[in-house]
Write a protein that binds this ligand. Structure first.
Ligand code: FAD
Ligand code: DLZ
Ligand code: SF4
Length: 513
């Protein structure tokens, strides 16, 4: 019996050439990729994000064709393009007579609903398959922590290490310990050289010209003659190799460090390649483990463990937490924060040097590393009581790697504590003391990191205290925060008044900071 002619949809973040779909080219199967306004405008994106996805989708489609697959690629400016997945699929069924539609399970709740709803809407059968990317299933975290008050990354991670036999020896963790935090998280002191960031020089002018012609609203900076992010599997593997050589030997030590001298330090910048599925998480983990075994003199265990933890631990954990908390997560606002996101998040015009650097490089490269996201921009938004919806929209737009399944649990959960502590055991807030300890940003800043009030007092200081005072009822019983309140209560009353007055002043003039 002849196979039904089949349309197989590939989303922009499903560029996994190792998927079993592609094992052999089949006459009755047509792969469909589409650039659609629906995706280019569901939030205001950084120009590099839209360009990165389109360039990678185009390269992927070409690769499939080279391997003999039938491919239909709809460009954004194709006159036939109806600009939504559903309408385009309807059109293609009519036009080409497809008898069946198949898709890979999407990672985002919104698209999951849209694609599921096709089942009742199309006149042909619709079915889905796994995306063959993640190492745990969507419901893993929910199952593991059923009935518990919070999800614990550390226990999830240890279980993943055992299940996938990563950095394990004779049933025990390599080196006898699961966690090497005390050796990690140092300030960058210049004692080792900073690696140059491996950047590509992709010519994406055809895409930027098209976006301009189509009036697609974006923000941020781009150099279209030399787009720096990997757009295919070869470039993704190249970035991985360069990380193994230059980043991994110091990854753990400096994973929390921030410096004006480098926008990525020893971080891998593999998130875009991973999130578009051009790389598989296990191949990255195995490559890192192999490299450590090959060069134990050059790469210490804590460096590789720190890196593996990010991918086998945090990345999988966040995905599971996302599915466990959706759709409630998207409206979670534990503190009831309502303030507007200051304009300087969009243009980087602020005199706070740490914010200027973190936002400035986000606009320039569509990238900031984890500690900049969490302890600079996220910290500031939480301290100043910004509406988590606005914070989410910013993070979802600004980063090259921002896809909701990973952006939202990190932003609403980890960074803004809007889930009331399902992911983080306490809010990630810090005063200038932490920023000064972990970076060189404070040198030359207009503000003084030591002062809590008065002229040139660093805003992070008074805002830090005001945040704790404002949310005392919700936080003081948390054993990890008790100390903060004890310190506050011991302060002289006059000191406390001055701090709170300073915070009020700064909050009134947020836009001018
Ligand atoms: P590295 O430091 O080299 O880490 C290696 C890999 O580990 C990353 O590529 C990533 O895949 C994974 N990883 C590390 N930390 C996390 C984490 N907390 N959650 C999930 N995966 C992790 N990551 C995204 O991929 N997309 C996002 O939209 C995103 N939004 C974030 C928003 C906020 C507020 C915060 C605090 C973090 C966010 N992260 C997000 C997590 C993390 O900051 C990025 O994955 C990381 O900075 C990407 O840079 P890198 O590839 O150089 O990472
Ligand atoms: C991010 C993005 C953008 C900007 N554009 C498209 C697109 O036009 N077509 C497409 O298939 N995918 C795009 N993507 C990625 C999707 O938004 C991504 O597949 C979802 O976030 C699902 O996780
Ligand atoms: Fe940031 Fe304050 Fe340091 Fe300036 S002094 S860089 S505002 S922490």
């Amino acid at each position: 019996m002849a196979h039904p002619t089949t349309l197989r949809l590939i989303l922009g973040d499903q560029l996994n050439s190792k998927h079993s779909w592609f094992r052999s080219a089949e006459e009755h199967v047509t792969y469909v990729l589409m650039e659609v306004m629906q995706e280019a405008t569901y939030t205001l994106h950084h120009i590099q994000k839209v360009v990165g996805f389109f360039a990678a989708m185009r390269a992927f489609a070409e690769g499939l064709k080279r391997h003999g697959h039938r491919v239909l690629y709809l460009r954004l400016d194709d006159p036939e393009n109806r600009q939504t997945f559903e309408e385009n699929i309807q059109l293609l069924i009519r036009r080409h007579g497809f008898e069946r539609v198949e898709y890979q399970l999407p990672d985002e709740y919104r698209l999951d609903r849209i694609l599921r709803s096709l089942e009742g809407k199309l006149r042909v059968p619709v079915s889905s398959v796994d995306s063959e990317h993640f190492l745990s299933d969507r419901a893993y975290v929910q199952r593991m922590f059923a009935g518990k008050k919070r999800f614990l990354m550390e226990s999830f991670y240890r279980r993943m290490r055992v299940e996938h036999d990563v950095l394990m020896e004779g049933g025990k963790p390599s080196g006898g310990e699961w966690n090497f935090d005390r050796e990690n998280r140092r300030r960058y002191d210049g004692s080792v050289e900073l690696p140059p960031s491996r950047c590509f020089t992709n010519d994406v002018r055809a895409i930027t010209d098209m976006l301009a012609r189509m009036n697609v609203r974006t923000f941020g900076h781009i150099e279209p003659e030399r787009f720096i992010w990997p757009v295919d599997r070869e470039q993704s593997l190249d970035l991985l190799r360069s990380f193994l050589k230059q980043g991994l030997p110091h990854f753990g030590t400096y994973e929390d460090a921030m410096t004006v001298q480098s926008w990525a330090l020893y971080h891998s910048r593999l998130s875009f390649a991973l999130n578009t599925k051009m790389l598989h998480p296990m191949e990255v983990i195995e490559a890192a483990e192999r490299e450590w075994k090959k060069k134990p003199d050059r790469i210490a265990l804590h460096q590789v463990e720190g890196f593996v933890r990010q991918i086998l631990g945090w990345r999988e954990f966040m995905r599971g937490a996302y599915w466990a908390m959706m759709p409630k997560l998207r409206s979670a606002n534990y503190f009831g924060h309502k303030a507007k996101l200051p304009q300087f998040y969009w243009d980087g015009r602020t005199t706070m040097k740490c914010m200027q650097i973190a936002i400035g490089q986000s606009l320039r490269y569509a990238y900031a590393h984890h500690i900049q996201r969490l302890m600079i921009t996220g910290n500031f938004a939480l301290l100043t009581g910004i509406d988590p919806a606005a914070v989410d929209a910013w993070y979802l737009g600004v980063y090259i790697d921002a896809i909701e399944w990973v952006e939202m649990p990190n932003t609403r959960g980890m960074s803004q504590f809007a889930d009331g502590g399902m992911i983080a055991t306490k809010p990630y807030v810090a005063s200038a003391n932490y920023i000064k300890k972990m970076s060189d940003y404070c040198t030359g800043c207009r503000y003084d990191p030591v002062r809590k009030y008065g002229e040139r007092a660093c805003p992070f200081n008074s805002l830090y205290w005001e945040f704790h005072v404002r949310h005392r009822k919700k936080l003081e019983r948390n054993p990890r925060i008790g100390m903060v309140y004890r310190t506050w209560d011991r302060m002289a009353e006059g000191e406390r008044d001055r701090i709170l007055q300073q915070a009020r002043l700064y909050k009134e003039k947020l836009e001018e900071l």
